[in-house]
Design a protein around this ligand. Structure first.
Ligand code: GUN
Length: 307
C-alpha cells in the first residue's frame, strides 16, 4: 500500500496504481517463450480472427489482436468479410477453420451485423478452438471448475492482475458490477471457485440491484464491468478496497483534440483517494485482454500437440 510513515502514523496518499501494460507485457513475454518452444517442435500457434463488417471500434480491436499475435511469433490471420455476409457463409467459414489443423484459435469479433445470430455462430466454433471462452461447453466448464476449457480473456486477465499485485482473494468479499456473458458472469464464476486467486465471497450487482452503493461498500475487491462512465464514486467504495475497472467509455471532453476522452466505469480521480489499489483507464485491464487471448491460443496449440 502507498503511504508514508510520519512518526507512528501512516499518511494515506491514495491508491497504488495497477500497471496493466506492464503485467500484459510480462504475460506476452512468457507467451513468446512458449511459442518458441512449440515452434521448435514444428508447431506454429495460429490465431484466426474473423471480422464481419466495418465497425470502426472493432477494426481497431482486431488490428491490435493481429499485431500482438505476430509480435509473439504466432501465425495470425484476420479474415475480413463484408457487412452483407450471410449467416450461412460465416458458418461455412467456421466449419473450414474448425477443420484446419494450422488454426488453433478462432475468434469472431462481436458485434456481428444484425442478419447474423451471435449465439448460432459461437455454438459452431469448436470448443477446443474457442479462445474467447464463449462457447457453452467452455462456459459450463468454468462453472464446474474444470480447467481444461477456456476462460474468457478479460476476467482471466483481471485474475492475473490480482495475483501480480498480491491481492488476497481467499475469504475476501468480491463485488462485481455487471452481469454480461463476456465479463460479469465469468468474473463471478472465477472468483467463487475454490483455489488460488479465488475462494472469494461473491456478490453480483446489476441494473435491478436495489441499493448499489450499499452493496459496493461491502467490497474488499470491487470489479466494475457495466459500461457506465464514472458510475463508481468514492462514497461507494470501502476505504482500502481494491478497485478493478473493466469499463471503456468514450465521453465528451472539449479540452482534447478529438473532443472525446476514454474513461472507465469508475471515477478514477475520486476513487483513488480511498482505494488501496486501482486500475487506470486506459492501461489497466484493457491490455490484459489481448495478452490472455494470446495465452489461450498458445494453450490451444499445446493441447493440440498432446491430443
Ligand atoms: N468484442 C468486444 N470484445 C470482444 C471480445 O473479447 N471477443 C470478441 N470475439 N468480440 C469482442
Amino acid at each position: 500500500m502507498s503511504g508514508e510513515t510520519a512518526g507512528t502514523q501512516t499518511v494515506q496518499e491514495g491508491a497504488r496504481l495497477i500497471d496493466g501494460s506492464a503485467v500484459a507485457k510480462k504475460v506476452r513475454d512468457q507467451v513468446a517463450v512458449d511459442v518458441a518452444a512449440l515452434r521448435a517442435r514444428g508447431v506454429v500457434p495460429g490465431l484466426t480472427v474473423v471480422l464481419v463488417g466495418d465497425d470502426p471500434a472493432s477494426a481497431v480491436y482486431v488490428g491490435g489482436k493481429e499485431k500482438a499475435s505476430r509480435e509473439a511469433g504466432m501465425a495470425g490471420e484476420t479474415i475480413r468479410l463484408p457487412s452483407t455476409t450471410s449467416q450461412a457463409e460465416l458458418l461455412a467459414l467456421i466449419d473450414q477453420l474448425n477443420h484446419d489443423e494450422t488454426v488453433h484459435g478462432i475468434l469472431v469479433q462481436m458485434p456481428l451485423p444484425k442478419q447474423i445470430d451471435p449465439e448460432t455462430v459461437i455454438d459452431r466454433i469448436s470448443p477446443t478452438k474457442d479462445v474467447d471462452g464463449f462457447h457453452p461447453v467452455n462456459v459450463g466448464k468454468l462453472l464446474i471448475g474444470n480447467t481444461d476449457g477456456f476462460v474468457p480473456c478479460t476476467p482471466a486477465g483481471v485474475q492475473v492482475l490480482l495475483g501480480e499485485y498480491g491481492v488476497r482473494t481467499s475469504g475476501a468479499h468480491c463485488v462485481v458490477i455487471g452481469r454480461s456473458t463476456i465479463v460479469g458472469k465469468p468474473m463471478a464464476a472465477l472468483m467463487m471457485q475454490p483455489g488460488p486467486l479465488a475462494d472469494a465471497t461473491v456478490t453480483v450487482c446489476h441494473s435491478r440491484t436495489r441499493d448499489l452503493a450499499e452493496q459496493t461498500r461491502q467490497a474488499d475487491i470491487l470489479i466494475a464491468a457495466v459500461g457506465r462512465a464514472q458510475l463508481v464514486t468514492a462514497p461507494m467504495v470501502k476505504p482500502g478496497a481494491v478497485v478493478i475497472d473493466v469499463g471503456m467509455n468514450r465521453i465528451a471532453d472539449a479540452s482534447t483534440k478529438s473532443g472525446t476522452r476514454l474513461v472507465g466505469d469508475v471515477d478514477f480521480e475520486d476513487v483513488r483517494r480511498v482505494a488501496s489499489l486501482i486500475t487506470p483507464v486506459p492501461r489497466g485491464v484493457g491490455p490484459m485482454t489481448i495478452a490472455m487471448l494470446l495465452r489461450n491460443t498458445v494453450t490451444a496449440a499445446q493441447r493440440s500437440v498432446r491430443a
